[in-house]
Design a protein around this ligand. Structure first.
Ligand SMILES: [Ca+2]
Length: 525
């Protein structure tokens, strides 16, 4: 197999040369995939908005801002005090919220690896083989081109600090997917062990974790979130000194379970508030995360690069502790209801983007084209037609920019091994700006009923018909891309094998059983 990075394979030559086409032309391309032609046709019919409205004049590419993308794990829309949480205090995220353009209708996937795949590729995760968070189905197809590759080809230094979760085998690691600097844990969380390849270093914990730094483990000191942000800030300072624009992808593993508090001082404000043990730890983890976001923002000020740095804050799915404040939305992580897929989306560029809400319907797939445009990074001709996202720059620059209707699909995936044929209408939703069709039998009017409490399927037969047709087409398109469904992983998690090779040791019988790749096909009860 061609061992070059996917971007170089895509363009067939070294990728530093520009292809000469301005990013704003994404929306004028005649060779868009058929689905998007259908979407635009539908949008024009339903709302009478011309396609050209997406192609607003932009000025962003005139500069080359640094880009910091913070993506937290299992923090929902409601876990920010500026969003109305009555208990949790997040003063630094609130500060970022106040200074940001905020996409208030921003959709991600229902779980971790899927959202990360869509962010990295600008495409729905199923198109890159990601249909689960484990069982080799979290591996991002090696055919995919990542936004990190595109930014690096444009001269950006690229770094990841935290969770990757798109494949733990060497070929899938972020160092081979466009990142110069990698400082990560394995699997979907610190200390995890699953059958096959997905898992972290043995016996790893949230305190003093062993972290894989550019291919070698380092023994760190402190709580995981502090460790990841500290290294990210150090690396950003080094890039500033070197005079290189940078893309820092900061992906802490919190507040994903296990709910391990960073310390009693973080728990204190949440004791005696009627919260369960997990909820106290969950809020303490977020409070510590908030502190680290503040530290990062302060560092940008000290380095005098805040005005030349775009800071983006997203989370990867809805919250995971039932019963907590959820901004009035239905359900949580692992569902396609709004509580599972609508998340915070803050975009700060001081002096460039007016702080305030942006109502335009947006999603994780939009991040790739947006970052490429901000960086003035050329997207290969072979990749551009595959992108499903739109650049958000017009909306970030102008809160009132008209925004055509579109359709987005959310699907949980996670069907049993080999069971995709039965999964078409299970944990599946397709929506446009106003309506959402869930599992083919529930229709919600998100504008009048954001809580998704009233099924109005019978009242809107044309809407249902149109969404069903779009979904049928989408489902047929994704099936050929599910390349990981029957993949068999290695007998030992690669992170563990690498750790033992560096420090000595080996698996116990119990650990061997937990890593046995056969469990993918016959899971233990
Ligand atoms: Ca997650």
């Amino acid at each position: 197999m061609d061992s070059r990075p996917a971007l170089e394979r895509a363009v067939g030559r070294p990728t530093a040369r520009a292809n000469g086409r301005a990013p704003a032309e994404f929306f004028h391309r005649p060779d868009w995939c058929p689905l998007w032609w259908f979407v635009l046709f539908a949008a024009t019919c339903w709302f009478g908005l011309p396609q050209e409205l997406f192609a607003g004049e932009t000025t962003a590419a005139a500069g080359r801002p640094n880009i910091v993308l913070i993506l937290t794990d299992d923090q929902g829309y409601g876990e920010i005090s500026a969003h109305g949480n009555p208990i949790l205090r997040t003063p630094h995220l609130d500060r970022l919220h106040a200074a940001s353009a905020r996409l208030t209708d921003f959709t991600v996937s229902p779980t971790c690896a899927p959202t990360r795949a869509a962010l990295m590729t600008g495409r729905h995760e199923f198109r890159s083989g990601v249909t689960h968070t484990i069982y080799e189905r979290e591996r991002l197809s090696l055919k995919a081109v990542t936004i990190a590759e595109v930014l690096r080809s444009a001269g950006y230094a690229t770094g990841i600090f935290g969770k990757w979760h798109l494949g733990d085998e060497d070929a899938y690691q972020p160092g081979r997917r466009g990142f110069d600097e990698t400082f990560i844990h394995g699997g979907g969380g610190i200390g995890q062990t699953f059958p096959g390849s997905c898992g972290d270093a043995p016996d790893n914990g949230y305190f003093d974790p062993a972290i894989l730094h550019n291919g070698r483990f380092v023994r760190t000191r402190g709580y995981c979130t502090d460790v990841f942000f500290r290294r990210a800030v150090e690396w950003m300072a080094a890039q500033r000194t070197a005079g290189r624009p940078f893309f820092a992808y900061v992906t802490p593993n919190v507040p994903h379970d296990p709910f391990i508090s960073p310390g009693p001082e973080w728990e204190h404000p949440y004791l005696d508030r009627g919260l369960g043990t997990n909820a106290v730890a969950y809020y303490a983890m977020i409070a510590n995360l908030d502190f680290n976001v503040g530290r990062l923002l302060d560092q940008l000020e000290r380095e005098h690069i805040a005005t030349n740095t775009v800071v983006i804050f997203l989370t990867d799915n809805g919250h995971s502790v039932p019963g907590l404040f959820n901004a009035g939305m239905r359900a949580a992580k692992g569902t396609v209801y709004q509580g599972g897929v609508r998340v915070p989306s803050f975009w700060r560029w001081p002096g460039r983007w007016e702080p305030g809400d942006r109502p335009q319907m947006a999603a994780h797939v939009d991040v790739f084209p947006t970052l490429a445009e901000l960086a003035g990074a050329p997207v290969p001709d072979t990749v551009r037609p595959l992108l499903e996202g739109h650049s958000l720059v017009p909306a970030l620059e102008n809160p009132r920019v008209p925004w055509p209707d579109r359709v987005l699909v959310s699907h949980l995936g996670r069907w049993k091994t080999g069971g995709v044929a039965d999964a078409k209408f299970t944990h599946a939703a397709i929506r446009n700006t106003r309506f959402k069709l869930v599992n083919n039998v529930e229709l919600y009017d998100l504008q009048s009923d954001p809580a998704e409490s009233r099924n109005v399927l019978d009242a809107h037969p044309q809407v249902v018909s149109d969404l069903r047709a779009a979904y049928d087409r989408w489902w047929a398109e994704i099936l050929p891309n599910l390349e990981n469904e029957l993949a068999r992983g290695p007998a030992i998690n690669p992170f563990k094998a690498r750790y033992w090779a560096q420090f000595g040791g080996g698996p116990t019988e119990a650990l061997l059983r937990r890593m046995d790749p056969e469990r993918k096909f016959t899971p233990a009860p």
